[in-house]
Design a protein around this ligand. Sequence first.
Ligand SMILES: [Zn+2]
Length: 80
Amino acid sequence: MNFHHNINCPDCSHPIPIETTLLLAGQSFSCSNPQCHVSITLSSTEVDRVANAFDQLSSLREDAIKHSGQDEVYENQPGG
Ligand SMILES: [Zn+2]
């Protein structure tokens, strides 16, 4: 699972490009604004929560795919 996201910097609202897998691994991401020194990182408890959220998200997706993929078409042929 590898998601790219842009988080708006809480300080200067520049986009901060993050990769969820790296973020979950404890990597910190710096603001794209060179004059801003904000960096985003998750604490271990937050990692747990976010990982959980992504887990649910992916299972939701799978569910949606399952539902849309299950196109059972009953063809009743008249006569026979
Ligand atoms: Zn910033």
